[in-house]
Design a protein around this ligand. Sequence first.
Ligand code: PLP
Length: 395
Amino acid sequence: MHRPAPDPSRRMDTLAAHAGDDPFRFMGAAAPPIFETSTFVFQSVADAIAAFANEQEHYVYTRRRNPTVRVVEEKLAAMEGAEECRLFASGMAAISAAILSCVRAGDHVVCVDTAYGPAKAFITGYLSRFGITATLVDGRDPAEWEAAVRPNTRLFYLESPSSGLMKLQDLAAVTAVARRHGIATICDNSYSTMLLQRPLELGVDLVVYSGSKYFGGHSDVLAGAILGPAERVRQIGDAEIPLLGGVIGPFEAWLIGRGLRTLPVRMRQHQLNAAKVAEFLAGHDRVARVHYPGHPSHPQYELALRQMRGASGLLSFELDTRDLEQASRFVDALRVFRLGVSWGGYESLVFLPIIGAMHKAPEANWPSPGLVRIHVGLEDVADLIADLDQALRAL
Ligand SMILES: Cc1ncc(COP(=O)(O)O)c(C=O)c1O
């Protein structure tokens, strides 16, 4: 093996550029080759027996391990400061595998009620088929998590900040409750990435990601990741990955590796642009309220300063109307922001959360029609503000 272990003392931009790479292992290729192979062949029966004896270290079949995927897992682990990483085909593949690795029939899960919809549905709906019960908590007060604990509680599921109203959980305080009761914790860190928040350092057991957001960064790939202690993550590699099979393809992993190299520079620009957009919106007379953890008007701004190193490009705000027709007029008038779900790409996007709720939830649970979510992309911020300004005037 030519590959030196990633040096954790390196700074983030250097880790993003180089961690996990070893060009001389691959004939000096500056970019790692894409090992587009499903299977690996052996020179002898003895070699095959050795490989099968330890599939975590040898290449046998790409559902278990692939060199391109491995390069990217090592880069991510170095960036996160985690012992181990496994990549998945999507954020939901990672999230469902992480949750399943923590629970058995008859267990109880406490989940933040602002968690990403399908993650919440998996915990509260799908798992109920197996006799697993769940309690939803607002999550902002650590005492609520303590109060929700039952003798059979095995997992706290967190997502901070949430991706709709950007609500935070106090990760150090909630994981302290979990540890006292011997309960596992999973945190979805997709909003911040490891650049802006380090859940493992705050006591979280497993960090999960939608890599389809900032890791890829170009809205052209689906991916997910689990990071955490080597033993725990390798157990998932032995149990959930081969059985559930939601693994990433080599090309998709390569796109994630390419995206990660520029994540620090992209994130700095998302932050600068989003801060200016939030300030503009907060001062606009057609905007009732801005939800952005990087803005002093956020009710948990102090906590954000304490546990995060800044806020990313995703924020939401409330128009001074609750009328869907008026909100639609605003959105349809936007020219640079495009209407669509997801976020974390280079481009600015806008979405009305009510669109997603209309066909899924009873009307009483719909968000306000005036609630607008935007992802602030990498375009010139003057163009983004001018676009929002002209569309607010169309209201
Ligand atoms: C916060 C959050 N977590 C997880 C996911 C799921 O990720 P994926 O779409 O990659 O399955 C999403 C997707 O939008 C998300 O917003």
